[in-house]
Design a protein around this ligand. Sequence first.
Ligand code: XMP
Length: 521
Amino acid sequence: MTDIPPHQCLLIIDFGSQVTRLIARRLRELNVYCEIHPCQNVTMDFVRRLAPRAVILSGGPDSVTRQGSPRAPQGIFGLGVPVLGICYGQQVMMEQLGGRVESGHSSAEFGRARVTPAGATAPILDGWFAGGPEQVWMSHGDHVSRVAPGFEVCATSPNAPCAIIADVSRHFYAVQFHPEVHHTPNGAKLFENFARLAGFTGDWTMSAYRDRAIAAIRQQVGDAKVICGLSGGVDSSVAAVLIHQAIGDRLTCVFVDHGLLRKDEAREVVSMFRDAYNIPLIHADESELFLGALAGVSDPEAKRKTIGRLFIDVFQKHADAIDGAGFLAQGTLYPDVIESVSVSGGPSATIKSHHNVGGLPERMGLTLVEPLRDLFKDEVRALGRELGLPPGFIGRHPFPGPGLAIRCPGEITREKLGILREADAVYIDQIRRHGLYDDIWQAFAALLPVRTVGVMGDGRTYDYACALRAVTSVDGMTADYYPFSHGFLSETATRIINEVRGINRVTYDITSKPPGTIEWE
Ligand code: XMP
């Protein structure tokens, strides 16, 4: 990467707060490139190589008054770059620079609080306190009771005498609250001021990123060939188009159709890549193989594992036919890469075995190309627009690798999949007609493994029931069900029952995540 000019970088040292990622989100929205690294991995060697223009110390669950609690490398305070401490980050800064932090029940503050100016001002507060006290979000047990030499108190709250403190001459700032969360409505302004003071010029744009990424792909790949597994989702599609712009026909995409796709999906993907982009594409219709192997399988994990295993076999079979391929492209995103500080320290329970191509590169002796690994999902969409992908394609709801198999609880048959495809298509059409598609993170129909009795015309029916699911979410980790109007729901139910043969009952799933998951299996 040496001959590619680097973008300006901000380092976020993560002390394990649940909301550290939001700091990165706020900065990216300001076109500031930043990287999150767990505190235990940040050495001064690493910091010097990264050469950040500024450092942010995140919040975290520990107490700096506890012996052995994490610290920032002392050297970051001697780099001559601005430093912003947030919550635990503020306390760590005071502890390391000669201030004092106290614990105690009376100093705890959780939830909304109001901060008021306390004498000293600082340029990081431009645009703050114009209308009086500011609302902020607090979540702390300890508090700073004495500031370090050089610092002054700029604002206080009822339980945080040092809610905002600053050493303006060194551009060291620290706040007790969380400016990164939405409950601190004016928080973005603090980040904007901080970035300006650190000299960031907003050079993190998707058009600049595209040029850099293309140069980096060319440098990494050289004259070799790349293969890319296309799922039809946004991430792999954007990765493929970007790589194609970098190396042209030395990229071959493999689209494995496992027979579990939505209505018209295979046709749409193939026509976009072959016809619109002219990208070499192997369309592997392997539906017989997958559906054959899934016959009689009803356990959700068994389904997922069968699909994951076959996918790797099939992908490998087709990839082997591409002579000279040395690289495998993947649409890995930044949230998958961020290594969070584990608060519990223990392994998390496996809820579902997610399907991806993990393990493939080692088996095939390929090197990974991951041109999206610095990006958040919304940045991938912006890059997709930059690359000219059709807007309807970029905004598509996520679709899981195991496809309709995990929306059809119980045994899968071609008949059930056909019914599910039609119901899903009517449902999505309804959502689009009502202009709701972009307000919803993900919507789909699931076909229930029960038949129920109904009456249509003068006759008895005995058909399947389906469930409709629609959720709002930020990252798929938690989700709320979407509050459709009763009018919308009844119109959709009527259309599905009238237009889809095999369904005579429609229900709406109002479970949030947790306790539910988004998919049914
Ligand atoms: P759950 O059902 O775990 O889903 O709440 C969270 C998000 O992940 C998607 N999902 C998957 N995506 N392979 C994928 O690529 C999978 O195996 C898989 N399982 C679930 C799901 O659609 C939702 O967006």
